[in-house]
Design a protein around this ligand. Structure first.
Ligand code: PLP
Length: 369
């Protein structure tokens, strides 16, 4: 007989998942009600309201997809894109590339706008692509590129997209709850996030939000959404007034999301972002003081995810193994173009605490000695 589950104690300072807040864990241990129970419907309503607050939007169509961040990505593309639609996608890391894959599976004609991994997509690049291609349906960018640690500014790209009658799609999986996303202020038309990064909950749900303009684009579809599970026209009826059964909502994960959002609202949005900025900058200054180089230039650096260049002669895996085994700290390695070149250090949500900054800097110094 296997023993009772007893995973090791870890400090999750990688690119996600981050440490789950104890109050979220407690909420998850709350007894289940049925997914059509009036009390659960009330919980869904409250969660939608909390999501709107954290996304900073009045969008009616704001709900949590049952699945991880990638399910939010697929939801956005399968519902907005029909075969033959043109989509401009900014690619400066792994998740931009994943959007291309998803969009192409929807039959989109993808127009690639690329920047080296670690840099941002410049508005001029998007402007040029919009000038070169008529009738672009959407422009998509990754707000916080977790594979590199770059923060993509949104407002100019939003203005350009709208000036050309295109929708703006934003990946906020790593940004929501860590830095300002500002859905209404930045006029973002479709956005998806995840629970396991700056929201301090386990992976399992993807909060999504759609503007009126995006809703109108979905209403104009001439073909059926190819994914039954992610078809918002049906899912809206479950989260909306009708409450038609669509699939069995993951109850405990919805409890978790509600509590996670409550924690953000309780701390205050500005205060949450300030904590990430302050501690992110402290970690980055500490790393530079140790003589290490950061991969992203200061102006475009995320506070919640820092990529550190691995010094010459240092073995990536040996360092990560020692951090895990001797200090219980998990950090991430590089992906794609940055494989073996950087470490990715997360300070997201509940993991973003002063004691973790100090613990990590001390542990890394010890390991690199
Ligand atoms: N987009 C970004 C920016 C991410 O960081 C991730 C996950 O790390 C995803 C999308 C995909 O999310 P998930 O792994 O939860 O499916």
């Amino acid at each position: 007989m296997f023993k009772e589950l007893n995973p090791p104690s870890r400090v999750l300072m990688g690119p996600g998942p981050s440490d789950v807040h104890p109050r979220v864990l407690k909420a998850m241990a709350t007894p289940l009600v049925g997914h059509l129970d009036p009390s659960f419907l009330q919980i869904m309503n409250e969660t939608m309201e909390l999501m709107r607050t954290v996304f900073e939007t009045k969008n009616e169509l704001t709900l949590a997809m049952s699945g991880t961040g990638s399910s939010g990505m697929e939801t956005v593309f399968v519902n907005l894109i029909e075969p033959g639609d043109k989509v401009i996608i900014g690619i400066n890391g792994l998740f931009g590339e994943r959007m291309v894959d998803v969009a192409e599976r929807c039959g989109a004609e993808v127009i690639r706008v690329e920047a080296p991994w670690g840099e941002i997509i410049k508005p001029e690049q998007i402007e040029q692509a919009l000038k070169n291609h008529a009738n672009v349906k959407a422009v998509a960018v990754v707000h916080a590129e977790t594979s590199t640690g770059a923060l993509q500014p949104l407002s100019e790209i939003s203005q350009l997209a709208h000036a050309h009658d295109a929708l703006l799609i934003v990946d906020a999986v790593t940004s929501l709850g860590g830095v300002k996303v500002g859905i209404d202020e930045n006029e973002v038309d479709a956005c998806y996030s995840g629970t396991q990064k700056c929201l301090s909950a386990p992976p399992g749900l993807s909060p999504v939000t759609f503007s009126k303009r995006a809703g109108e684009a979905m209403a104009r579809r001439t073909s059926k959404v190819q994914s039954w599970y992610l078809d918002l026209s049906m899912i809206q009826n479950y989260w909306g007034q009708e409450r038609f059964y669509h699939h069995t909502a993951p109850i405990s994960m919805n409890y978790a999301l509600r509590e996670a959002l409550r924690l953000v609202v309780e701390e205050g949005l500005t205060e949450t972002w300030d904590r990430h900025w302050k501690l992110g900058r402290a970690l980055q200054s500490g790393l530079e003081a140790m003589g290490l180089t950061l991969h992203v230039v200061a102006d475009h650096r995320l506070p919640q995810l820092t990529s550190v260049c691995i010094p010459d002669g240092v073995e990536d895996m040996i360092v990560r193994k020692q951090l895990l085994e001797q200090f219980g700290i998990e950090i991430g390695g590089g992906l794609g173009a940055l494989k073996g070149k950087v470490w990715r250090v997360g300070l997201m949500g509940y993991s973003c605490q002063p004691r973790n900054v100090l613990l990590f800097l001390a542990a890394l110094e010890q390991v690199l000695l």
